[in-house]
Write a protein that binds this ligand. Structure first.
Ligand code: C2E
Ligand code: MG
Ligand code: MG
Length: 764
């Protein structure tokens, strides 16, 4: 038992004082020498005084004690209230285990953690143990036992809540011992950490995801300084975290996107708080690569932007495999050519473009003839090899920019987007057929394979893909069934026309060598006195099968295939020689007129050639007139001016042919060094009655007068036309009225009788 020293000291003091008082007061009384009665009397008084003094002393002590006790009680109540408030505020619960009674006090707050009242929870250790989660029971009890030797107690365990769920409690406490070191009580607080643990769990999971994910993650602060990146970021971009932290994400830009791209990205972030899309960025190595990126804006509690988070994946491989898949889906594995799917897509695009840009194109279906026999007789291996080589040969023969596809089996398709004319397509078909002429050498076999081609033109024949392909298919059928030449157009007339032109073009190549070209001459008359002043040389082709072919038909072909230079040179020389002969024979003709194709303008050789021919034939330059059409001049006015000036320098005369059809500007016309305008026959035809023709004729003649250029009217067929033009002041005329073009007349021209003879001729 603990002895209160203060109380002991007080009691001992009192005993000492009281004993001294009794002993000393008695001796004092004896020393006074009083009588026994007096002594008795004083003895009683002394006893009473002692009782009174000690009574007063006792009262003072008790009163002081009561004051102390009250103050201590008040302070304790205060402390208790404070503790309760503190526990309430932290939502913690108090427990207090008294070892002596083996009772546990659980505060209201503790019981509330488990949704109970303290009464329902009970006040025994067993009640507490019963509520522990079975998995935590052993560990929690071990921690309790360990506390017996330790100082601070800390334990985390789950306890069953009134609703049946388990709550995580974090309990901290302390064991109090008496002086002998015996446990007296064990007291502490417990708090519910279920939510905190869940938060920690999800944070831990998030961190694991952040670290382990294949996607790169980048976090910036509102000023766009990078504050966080994950390992995948470093792996993808090549930047280590230390290198990139504090930098701006713009460091990763590839430069592939324009300002508008970033503008729309920021707009999306501001308006929707998120953006996702494909971005091309640059790795540390400099390599540019595609990413799929999602950016999100993170706000704090006040709604201010706190971070931007970007999550991205490198889609290089995806793109590559997409490309590969795309290639596989769109190509024929045997020939590596585009397959039907891609071909159809391209035709669809071409159709769209042709509508927008007014372009014409052609689709050719090429089908091998009797391919089946090769497959059946030599096997599929040889068949496959043959298809492959046919594909290669065709590919080498098609024009750049066109699409050759293998549509399946032995059928190939060709899309040619720039094919303005049927003849171009026909020539292409011929070229393709010719490229198959040479034998194929496969596995020791020498194989010959022909093909048939069906041609459909767009947008003329059809406006939809299906229709174009169907037309080409029916054209192919036509080509197969006709068995001639191997190709056919969807439209029959085109087949005929194109075939003719192609035939003509190939036989024109031999026309010069075979001396099939002729020069016809048509007189040019002075309208005032009716005399023939010159002759226009007009070329003809004496075709072995077709007879006389008009230049209107074969000159455009010659211009296309480059033969025009040789033809014009030949006509020029013939005409000059003829003029020299006429001159020598005493003809009054002043000049011979020769047509020059616009195709020779661009090439410098025309001037040399004219000079050469003049030198070779000895014709005076003034006796040669060169006719250049107005439209040819207008094709390239500057080049024309240069060339005409040079030709003029040679001393030859110059005339503008077909005037009125080429829209010359007057400003240009004024500068051209020409001697004559040949009013196109389309304006002469309606004369004299057609008011418009008359107005044009009048204007051109007036123009000639004012510019000091002579005017010749073409195509005069009637005397009335000649009269009308003469009255308007037109200088010269040409036409059937005066004479048709004809081969060199036997008689020298210049005498009026000759025109009669010509008019009778029907050579043209
Ligand atoms: P062009 O130079 O305007 O020649 C006049 C054309 O009108 C000739 O046609 C001629 O036969 C025709 N003609 C003449 N009088 C009359 C008439 O009263 N009535 C009608 N209806 N027609 C008439 P052709 O010979 O068929 O020549 C056509 C065009 O071919 C020529 O037009 C010329 O541009 C071109 N051409 C002719 N020969 C050559 C040549 O050697 N070289 C070049 N580059 N072009 C030539
Ligand atoms: Mg002419
Ligand atoms: Mg003309």
């Amino acid at each position: 038992m603990r002895i209160d020293t203060a109380a002991l000291r007080l009691t001992l003091g009192y005993l000492l004082l009281a004993a001294s008082w009794i002993l000393l007061s008695d001796q004092l009384l004896a020393a006074l020498g009083l009588s026994a009665a007096q002594q008795d009397h004083l003895q009683s008084f002394k006893g009473l005084l002692f009782v009174a003094l000690t009574g007063a002393l006792l009262y003072l002590v008790l009163q002081r004690h009561a004051r102390h006790h009250r103050r201590a009680r008040l302070q304790l109540a205060d402390n208790e209230e404070r503790l309760r408030l503190a526990l309430d505020a932290t939502r913690d619960g108090l427990w207090d285990w008294d070892y002596a009674s083996q009772r546990v006090f659980f505060s209201d707050g503790y019981a509330a953690l488990l949704g109970l009242t303290p009464q329902a929870l009970g006040d025994t250790r067993e009640a507490w143990v019963a509520r522990l989660h079975p998995e935590d029971r052993e560990r929690a009890l071990q921690a309790l036992d360990a506390e017996m030797s330790g100082a601070q107690y800390e334990n985390i365990y789950r306890m069953r809540h009134a609703d049946g769920s388990y709550r995580w409690l974090h309990s901290r406490g302390r064991l109090l011992r008496d002086e002998a070191g015996q446990p007296q009580r064990f007291i502490g607080v417990a708090s519910d950490i279920t939510q905190r643990r869940a938060d920690e769990d999800s944070l831990r999971q998030a961190a694991a995801v952040f670290d382990a994910t294949q996607e790169g993650v980048l976090v910036t602060d509102p000023e766009q300084r990078i504050v966080h990146v994950n390992p995948a970021f470093s792996r993808i971009t090549g930047y280590a975290a230390e290198e990139i932290l504090g930098q701006q994400p713009s460091l990763l830009k590839s430069g592939r996107h324009d300002a508008a791209f970033y503008h729309s990205l920021w707009h999306a972030l501001q308006s929707r708080g998120a953006w996702s899309g494909e971005v091309w960025n640059r790795r540390k190595s400099g390599e540019i690569y595609p990413q799929w990126q999602c950016i999100r804006v993170i706000h704090d509690e006040q709604g201010r932007i706190s971070h931007y988070v970007a999550v991205f994946s490198d889609i290089t491989a995806l793109k590559r495999s997409q490309r590969e898949l795309d290639y596989l889906a769109h190509h024929d594995p045997l020939s590596n050519l585009p397959n039907r799917l891609l071909f159809t897509e391209r035709v669809a695009h071409a159709l769209e473009r042709s509508a927008g840009e007014q372009l014409c194109g052609a689709v050719l279906l090429i089908d091998l003839d009797h391919f089946k026999h090769i497959n059946e007789s030599l096997g599929h291996n040889v068949g496959d090899l043959l298809l492959k080589e046919v594909g290669e040969r065709l590919l080498a023969a098609v024009p750049a920019g066109s699409t050759l596809a293998r549509l399946g089996g032995d059928e190939f398709g060709l899309l040619c987007e720039h094919c303005a004319e049927a003849t171009q397509a026909a020539e292409l078909a011929q070229r393709l057929l010719r490229c198959l002429d040479a034998p194929f050498r496969l596995h020791g076999h020498e194989l010959y394979i022909g093909a048939s081609i069906g041609i459909s033109l767009f947008p003329d024949d059809a406006a939809s893909v299906e229709q174009v392909l169907r037309n080409a298919d029916s054209a192919l059928f036509k080509a197969k069934s006709s068995g001639r030449e191997g190709y056919a157009f969807y439209v029959q007339e085109l087949t005929d026309y194109a075939r003719q032109r192609v035939e003509l073009a190939s036989s024109l190549r031999h026309a010069l060598d075979n001396q099939e070209l002729r020069v016809y001459y048509q007189p040019l008359h002075d309208l005032q006195d009716g005399s023939a002043v010159g002759m226009e040389a007009l070329v003809r082709w004496q075709h072995p099968q077709r007879g006389l072919v008009s230049p209107a038909e074969f000159i455009p072909i010659a211009e296309d295939n480059g033969l025009i230079g040789a033809i014009d040179a030949w006509v020029l020389e013939q005409a000059c020689r003829q003029m020299v002969r006429w001159h020598a024979a005493g003809s009054a003709l002043r000049f011979v007129a020769v047509n020059v194709s616009s195709r020779l303008f661009g090439r410098g050789e025309l001037e040399q050639r004219v000079a050469q021919v003049l030198a070779d034939t000895g014709l005076a330059p003034a006796q040669l007139e060169l006719e250049v059409t107005e439209s040819a001049i207008m094709e390239d006015p500057d080049a024309a001016l240069l060339l005409l000036t040079r030709l003029r320098g040679l001393g030859v005369r110059l005339a503008i042919d077909d005037f009125g059809t080429g829209y010359s500007s007057l400003a240009r016309l004024k500068r051209l060094p020409v001697d004559k305008l040949k009013l196109d026959q389309s304006f002469v035809r309606g004369l004299p009655d057609d008011a418009e023709d008359a107005a044009i004729a009048r204007a051109v003649i007036a123009l000639g007068h004012s510019l000091g250029i002579k005017v010749l009217a073409e195509g005069i067929e009637q005397a009335a036309q000649a009269d009308f033009l003469r009255e308007l002041g037109c200088h010269y005329g040409q036409g059937y009225h005066f004479g048709r073009p004809q081969p060199v007349p036997s008689q020298p021209i210049g005498v009026p009788e000759a025109t009669q003879a010509e008019r009778a001729s029907t050579g043209d």
